[in-house]
Design a protein around this ligand. Structure first.
Ligand code: FSO
Ligand code: SF4
Length: 543
């Protein structure tokens, strides 16, 4: 196998024997086949779209298929094989869609991925074919291949956000059209390096739209988040833990558990759910449990209830909790019960069978500080900046992960001077969101903007501040320090780059899929740099 799409890539170069994440060679090969098939489907769907023919089933299959291959989502070979099979059927559907719109067959050159290859009947042969279709084989030029992978991973990340929006009934043609165009370009592999760089920037721009669409879907369904304290203790009673990013799934579970004496807890990226009026109105949404995703193996053993993942990041489960663990949506783990659709009665039954918690008091942490809430304080914030009470803002956001180097983010938050404010988002916040950082004249020093997709909200805050101070975002007293782990972080980074943001720091290590030449390009054009030591970086940023 070969996979280097996440920050955990073995030896910083790629997983070759077994994924550090737990992805085995068979699943890796089947996911290669899914991506290869999607590239073929994209070729025809893009060509059909150019002729005005659109098929929403093809669009949705594209985002579901890509999301299946994101890190820590689908570890089940059976399901990956089914997705690969469906992909080949959808390629044929897209092909027929094009020919109908074209009133005849295509006369140009067809890339291998889009040709009439047959999906083998059994899993073993599918995996064999997938092994030959890896990410290294897109282009023989290492730099072009690198940028093609950045584009692919950007599309994977965006697909996850588009999927959440689609589940809430929001679709945007422009997003689907871009993903088809991008994957078709990788399939053809005819463009030059700078063309692919341009596509990466377009990917970032399109993702801003996509995150905006999801933000709109969240607000229309659950109203704008408001600052909300969330308890990290436990309430006496039966319990269900919800992990992931999908708010609709949480809402349905809240409805189905109302009045049943079961308390619902959020895990990792579900924490911001507590800030939405339409979700916090459920009194049995009682608190947040545990730390970031990489601690689940230990922490879930102490969760005496049912646990359900609706998106990444799932890890190999321990036997102690495997029978009370469930997956939903794109997430699958072999041997773990998958809930299809919206009936959570099996999860509820597992929670009722389990022991449940006894009462344990603990502190509150704050969430729900999205752009509506923060900009509601705009006058106060502007005054604090003008008076010198706030010297600088730091966006410290992104993913958490297992590497020891991630202590950097904890130390950074701890050591920042008291006249600075931190805006945070995504699961990287678990490195410091239980610290008591106080406030500046009533403005909390730690503002949890939300999930990784709420990078959209952080961008709105930055744009509004730039407008208020009549300057460019790069001229604001603002520093951005990112932690990355998987492909959603890749697309968020592309979005920030597409806005022209300069001087960002990225850690804990640089992506294995970025070649030295591509890195030089990023340094020269965006002055992006790897994190160094806390002391040196802080001195540079405060200076
Ligand atoms: Fe984290 Fe996992 Fe939200 Fe990611 S829980 S690592 S970037 O899936 O999506 O922040
Ligand atoms: Fe390795 Fe990450 Fe790929 Fe998993 S997703 S196989 S950890 S590079």
């Amino acid at each position: 196998m070969f996979c280097f799409q996440c920050e955990q890539a073995a030896q910083g170069t790629g997983c070759t024997k077994m994924g550090v994440c737990g992805k085995n060679p068979e699943v890796a090969a089947l996911q290669n086949l899914i991506v290869w098939g999607l590239m073929g489907m994209a070729f025809w769907a893009h060509k059909a779209r150019e002729k005005g023919a659109i098929d929403r089933d093809i669009d949705v299959h594209m985002i579901e298929g890509l999301f299946t291959t994101v890190t820590n989502v689908d570890f089940d070979p059976e399901n990956c094989a089914a997705v690969a099979k469906k992909t080949v059927q959808m390629r044929d559907k897209a092909w027929a869609l094009f020919e109908k719109a074209n009133n005849g067959p295509y006369t140009g050159e067809v890339p291998d991925a889009a040709a009439n290859w047959i999906c083998p009947a059994n899993r073993e042969e599918m995996a064999t074919l997938g092994r030959e279709r890896g990410v290294k084989s897109f282009n023989s030029d290492a730099d072009i291949n690198s940028v093609q992978n950045i584009l692919l991973y950007g599309c994977k990340g965006m697909a996850a956000y588009a999927d959440h929006a689609h589940i809430l009934g929001k679709d945007d043609n422009e997003i689907y059209a871009f993903i088809h165009k991008a994957l078709a370009a990788i399939a053809e592999s005819k463009l030059g390096l700078m063309d692919f760089v341009t596509l990466c920037m377009e990917c970032g721009q399109t993702n801003i739209k996509c995150m905006g669409l999801l933000n709109q879907a969240h607000i229309e369904n659950y109203q704008a988040p408001t600052p909300t304290p969330v308890n990290i203790g436990t309430k006496a009673g039966k319990a269900i833990l919800v992990s992931g990013h999908d708010l609709k799934m949480l809402e349905e579970l809240l409805k189905q558990t109302e009045g049943k004496g079961i308390n619902i807890y959020t895990h990792v990226e579900m924490l911001p759910a507590h800030g939405y009026p339409g979700l916090k109105k459920y009194k049995h949404l009682v608190g947040n449990f545990g730390g970031a995703w990489q601690n689940q193996y230990q922490e879930f053993q102490n969760f005496p209830g049912a646990i359900i993942f609706n998106t990444n990041c799932i890890q190999r489960p321990a036997d102690e909790y495997k029978d009370r663990l469930f997956t939903w949506g794109r997430v699958q783990w072999p041997g773990v019960k998958h809930v299809e659709g919206w009936d959570f009665s099996e999860v509820i039954a597992a929670a009722q069978k389990a022991e449940g918690f006894s009462e344990k008091a603990d502190k509150d942490i704050l969430t729900g500080c999205g752009h509506d809430a923060v900009l509601g304080l705009a006058d106060k914030v502007i005054e604090a900046v003008n008076s010198g009470a706030i010297k600088r803002f730091f966006v410290i956001g992104g993913c958490d992960g297992a590497k020891p180097g991630r202590n950097y983010y904890t130390k950074f938050a701890e050591q920042l001077p008291k006249d600075t404010v931190i805006l945070t988002l995504a699961c990287g916040k678990y490195r410091f969101n239980k610290l008591d950082l106080g406030d500046i004249g009533g403005i909390p020093r730690l503002l949890d903007v939300g999930q990784c997709n709420d990078a959209y909200s952080a961008v709105q805050i930055a744009l509004a501040l730039a407008k208020a101070f009549d300057c460019e975002v790069n001229d604001l007293p603002l520093s951005i320090i990112l932690s990355w782990y998987e492909q959603k972080a890749v697309v968020v980074l592309l979005s920030l780059l597409s806005l022209g943001l300069q001087n960002m720091k990225l850690g804990p290590s640089l992506p294995a899929f970025v070649t030295p030449n591509v890195l030089n390009f990023l340094v020269e054009n965006f002055n992006i740099a790897p994190i160094g030591t806390v002391e040196e970086d802080m001195k540079q940023m405060l200076g």
